[in-house]
Design a protein around this ligand. Sequence first.
Ligand SMILES: *Cc1c(COP(=O)(O)O)cnc(C)c1O
Length: 320
Amino acid sequence: MPILPTFDDVTAAAARLAGHVHRTPVLTSRTMNDETGAQVFFKCENFQRMGAFKFRGGFNALSRFDDRQRKAGVVTFSSGNHAQAIALSARLLGIPATIIMPHDAPASKMAATRGYGGNVVVYDRYTEDREAIGRKLAEEQGMTLIPPYDHPDVIAGQGTAAMELFDETGPLDALFVPLGGGGLLSGSALAARALSPQCRIYGVEPEAGNDGQQSFRSGSIVHIDTPRTIADGAQTQHLGGYTFGIIKRDVDDICTASDAELIECMRFFAGRMKIVVEPTGCLGLAAVRNMKAALAGKRVGVVISGGNIDLERFAALLAG
Ligand SMILES: *Cc1c(COP(=O)(O)O)cnc(C)c1O
């Protein structure tokens, strides 16, 4: 059993991130409050630097490198947003970065990663093991591997978004968080348990890739094949030892949303709230809509995790 990060690690991460991370806005929508009968607070990490919450965990992890690690550089694997987070954080801190990305990653994410100065190495997400490629590069070249979710400093950094949310809203009755490998959910759970102990915490996964739900219900980590879903930020095959340890202990349940439901939420965000949210970022709202009977009269937090999507793809999804 690994030693799990705690809320103290989240507050330490917040201090390291101060002045580097945006304090993203918390938005509300009369239309959504009317539709759900709840009071919904959206924590808008689509407005975070590089367009998603992942800057928080990446910057926190790289901030803790010693001189030798800074010199040798960082390596990571990611389907997109973590890659950009590491590339941007590394550039800001003067650390060389190597990023292992699937060859079919969204063009905007790959271009942004290169634009931030990251050295991109591509692999096939359906046939190759990105973790093995990462470990090999780390060993051969002395680089430090920072994985996208299963790392205490990454989890602590991701928890700062929910920390800011509670700071703004006070205690909530429920919190809905997109779930891929669980860095965001476990960090959010650390913040929620400390700042709003009665809050029910829900992770939300794509229906096609409900390994987290299966793991939560069976009590041990379930591995699945890479799911085919438009929620490319949550195409993970399994939770990690750290993230599952916290999720098992602190999270109340894990629900799922279909691709069609995610598209309806993208439409709502763009049409009513005038914000661009990537499919994965819509998971929280999709679950709230599915659970509205149980949420009437409650104060509900929703983490919008990111807004990185090619506009052509955004338009094509909305056009159906
Ligand atoms: C990575 C990502 C997620 C999932 O985060 P995990 O920490 O892997 O659970 C959700 N939404 C977006 C936009 C992401 O980039």
